[in-house]
Every structure is written in structure tokens, then in C-alpha cells.
Write a protein that binds this ligand. Structure first.
Ligand code: CAA
Length: 240
């Protein structure tokens, strides 16, 4: 039986590439999205992957979302916590709402999704959870105290939860992407981005598919001994 995978923020950017790679590898995929109906519709038409709308920042919506996916596709074996937003601003300009939105989505979303699926994974003795962190959670970034704190939190979350899943057949890992060619990175002011790219030893932005490749490796049934670890995919920009 094909394993069922849920990818949050799975209809755009890195998430879209992950959803497609999982489908091509034989998984039954549910791509979650929060708001962009048009993009989600286009995504489903192009890929044939079902899109499910809920906000990962809402615990109740995550519980209901997992239930719906399980009713339609089957028990959830794989969760890729990819949904993430930025509200970049220097400390002087960042407000409390900028902080809360990023923490609630990027880090709170990981808790909500894992909590909603955890009992089922425990009962079946199998689970693969991959959390998408960031180079900016490892190294920090100017104008991103909220995002860096949330992404850094993801790495601690991963190490802690992996210890609870280890003897139960559930692995919990993270990927820390560097700067990938997506809408999120395209929103960085061009002169700032040029300086960042100049510091990437590989000499270019990463591709979303290059992150998806790492996810496939980590979620494989054969990956049972890989847990608690972070895979950095960043073109050599930060060695951690
Ligand atoms: N290091 C040092 N100084 C910096 C800097 C940096 N990285 N970035 C900006 N500054 C300086 C500027 O040179 C400027 O200095 P002066 O006032 O002396 O001229 C000052 O900070 C203010 O810069 P801005 O004019 O850009 O100020 P702003 O308030 O309009 O914007 C900012 C500030 C929001 C931080 C903006 O520079 C920005 O968006 N930077 C990009 C942040 C970034 O890299 N985000 C990553 C998004 S992609 C992502 O998050 C995906 C992932 O996981 C990798």
C-alpha cells in the first residue's frame, strides 16, 4: 500500500516540489495550503495532487485537516512541515504581530501538525516527520529575529521529538535550506539578494527540487536509523 504524505504549504515553492517528488515516488500526497486558492487550483490541475485548505497556525484546523486526509486517502505516515512565512523587518520596525504570525505559523504549525498525527503514528508503529528549517535559523539573519527564532526553534523541536519517536518507529528530522529560487526569496530586495548570492560558494540560488530530493531520502522506509538530524542543503553557504 502506498504511504500517505501530507505536505504543509505544499502547493507552492519548495512545498510544491516536495509534493510532486513524493507523488512521483509513489506516495499518496495531500498538499495543504492556507490561502492562495488560485495557485492551489492550478497546482491540482497540473499535478493531479489533491489540495487541502487549512491554516497550520490553528490547532483545531490541523486536527480537522488530518482527519479529512485520513478519511479520503488513509492513515498519515509522513508529514513534511514546510509551511512558512516571512515578516522581515529590523527590530526597530518589527511589531508584535510580525513576531506572533511567524512564530505561530512556522513553529506553532510544526507542533499542531505533529500533535494531530502523533497518536496514529504511535499506534501503527511507523512515522516519518521532516521539518523544514532554514539556514537563517542556524546562522541568524539581519531583519529576521522572528523568522530566525522560529526556524531555530524547529531544530530544537526536531531533536526533542525525535527522542520520543525513536523507539516507536517514528523518525523526526529537519532540512535546513539555504536560499532557494522561490517567491519568498524573490521578495528580498534585489541589492540585498545580490550580496547574499555572492556569498554562496556554489554560485547560485538553490532549486526547490534540490530540497525535495533530501526529503525523499529522509522519509524512505529504509531511513529508520536517521533521526534527530538536520540535513543542510545550502550550496556551501553555511557549514553546520
Ligand atoms: N547586514 C548588514 N546590514 C544590513 C543588512 C545585512 N544583511 N541588510 C540591510 N542592512 C542595512 C542596510 O545596509 C541599511 O543600512 P544604512 O541604514 O546604514 O544604509 C539598513 O540595514 C537598513 O536597510 P534597508 O534600507 O533595507 O531597511 P529596511 O527597513 O527597508 O529593510 C530589511 C530591512 C527588512 C532587513 C531588508 O533589508 C530585507 O528584507 N533584507 C533581507 C532579509 C532576508 O535575507 N530575508 C530572507 C528572506 S528568504 C528566507 O527567509 C528563506 C530562507 O529560509 C533562506
Amino acid at each position: 500500500m502506498a504511504r500517505v504524505a501530507v505536505v504543509t504549504g505544499g502547493t507552492r515553492g519548495i512545498g510544491e516540489a516536495i509534493s510532486v517528488a513524493l507523488k512521483n515516488a509513489g506516495y499518496k500526497v495531500a498538499a495543504n495550503y492556507a490561502g492562495n486558492e488560485e495557485r492551489a487550483k492550478g497546482f491540482t490541475q497540473r499535478t493531479g495532487i489533491a489540495a487541502y485548505k487549512w491554516d497550520v497556525a490553528s490547532f483545531e484546523e490541523c486536527v480537522a485537516g488530518i482527519k479529512k486526509v485520513e478519511a479520503e486517502l488513509g492513515p498519515v505516515d509522513v508529514i513534511v512541515n514546510n509551511a512558512g512565512i516571512t515578516r522581515d523587518a529590523t527590530m526597530r520596525k518589527m511589531n508584535r504581530q510580525n513576531w506572533d504570525e511567524v512564530m505561530d505559523t512556522n513553529l506553532g504549525g510544526c507542533f499542531n501538525m505533529c500533535k494531530a498525527a502523533w497518536e496514529g503514528m504511535l499506534a501503527r508503529g511507523f512515522g516519518r516527520i521532516v521539518n523544514i528549517g532554514s539556514i537563517n535559523g542556524q546562522a541568524g539573519q539581519y531583519g529576521q529575529v522572528n523568522y530566525a527564532a522560529a526556524k531555530s526553534g524547529i531544530h530544537g523541536f526536531t531533536k526533542a521529538l525525535s527522542q520520543e519517536g525513536a523507539s516507536k518507529g517514528i523518525t523526526v528530522t529537519a532540512i535546513a535550506p539555504g536560499y532557494i529560487d522561490t517567491d519568498m526569496v524573490a521578495a528580498v530586495p534585489p541589492e540585498v539578494l545580490a550580496k547574499i548570492v555572492a556569498k554562496i560558494p556554489v554560485g547560485r540560488l538553490g532549486k526547490a527540487e534540490e530540497i525535495a530530493r533530501g526529503v525523499l531520502f529522509l522519509v524512505a522506509d529504509e531511513g529508520g536509523f536517521i533521526t534527530g538530524s538536520t540535513m543542510s542543503i545550502n550550496g556551501g553557504q553555511h557549514m553546520y
